[in-house]
Design a protein around this ligand. Structure first.
Ligand code: ATP
Ligand code: MG
Length: 289
């Protein structure tokens, strides 16, 4: 188990999404290298037995601003020594690169632990459906309180004008979950990964279309949730009324189920969404009349 005690003074950034290959390690390594360039000596914790982040770190030369690496592959049984004991004192930021396969216990644990919870999402129909289901799951199981503003989406390998990406935006807007950056589908991310660096460390002329998004991501991360001021009071819910958020959560889950039932083949995500809306509204109406 990851012990929160001892990690208390650190900004804990957790990169999470149960969908494989959506860009968790790419995002985690880019966050780490950008903090490093800003002189923050971040700690990168690789929780994935594939060791993608650690291999990236091994490629990083001494000429680059340092990043401290911790292997924590066996997050189910816990590392031999608590992570907090291994984080260098100078390090004020810790980034967890999670594997796709995590247990529901680990999901709860990391959701609680995080100050910032980053979910990279690719705009393919399958990825969007699983992201909406994942977020709906987080919210429905009350593992996450939306009001603490620690959850944000990074859209990865973006092609903006796809139906599925518009569906994701609609879902997130209704839940007030911000998309804080949009990464292009670009060889820059692949090249940086190969060299043990972040995109921000590539020559400036190569990254003029990427750096704005990296900066936007860092701007959001550098706000500390605790400093964001008073949290708004929870809106009281009357027993027979579904809040907008609850309605959206149910619609997301219903839309996902539709796509899942046909094996994500064919179909139309917008149509799924519209039918899910009708289904949820009809069911809800039946309950209240
Ligand atoms: N914005 C991008 N542009 C181009 N290629 C990308 C981008 N983001 C990720 N990739 C590539 O996609 C692949 C998967 O990315 P990555 O390993 O970061 O995903 P992951 O979520 O960590 O995967 P896993 O679930 O297996 O841990 C990698 O080959 C990576 O280089
Ligand atoms: Mg990974």
């Amino acid at each position: 188990m990851i012990e929160d005690t001892g990690l208390r003074d650190l900004h804990k950034i957790v990169v999470i999404n149960p969908k494989g290959g959506c860009g968790k390690s790419t995002l985690a390594t880019n966050v780490a290298s950008t903090f490093a360039r800003r002189g923050a000596f971040p700690t990168l914790v690789d929780c994935d037995p594939n060791g993608f982040s650690m291999r990236w770190l091994e490629k990083r030369t001494d000429k680059r601003p340092p990043i401290f690496g911790i292997e924590a592959y066996d997050i189910s049984d816990g590392p031999a020594e608590p992570i907090s004991a291994r984080v260098p004192e100078e390090s004020k930021t810790i980034i967890f690169d999670l594997p796709a396969a995590i247990t529901s216990g680990q999901l709860i644990e990391f959701t609680y632990l995080a100050d910032s919870l980053l979910v990279p999402v690719m705009p393919s129909a399958v990825d969007v459906y699983s992201a909406t289901r994942f977020i709906a799951e987080l919210l429905l199981n009350r593992q996450l309180d939306r009001r603490d503003k620690k959850l944000a989406i990074v859209a990865n390998r973006v092609r903006r004008n796809t139906k599925s990406y518009r569906m994701l935006q609609r879902f997130l807007t209704s839940l007030k979950i911000p998309v804080i950056a949009e990464f292009r589908d670009s060889q820059n991310f692949v090249a940086a990964m190969d060299e043990g660096i972040g995109v921000c460390e590539l020559p400036p002329y190569r990254i003029r279309n990427d750096i704005g998004q990296i900066n936007a991501l860092m701007k959001w991360l550098e706000r500390r949730p605790a400093l964001d001021g008073e949290q708004p009071e929870a809106e009281p819910l009357s027993e027979d009324r579904l809040s907008d958020e609850q309605r959206m959560e149910l619609i997301a889950a219903a839309a996902y189920r539709r796509a899942e039932e046909r094996g994500f083949q064919g179909g139309d995500p917008s149509l799924d969404w519209a039918e899910a809306e009708r289904e949820v509204d009809a069911t809800y109406k039946r309950h209240t009349t």
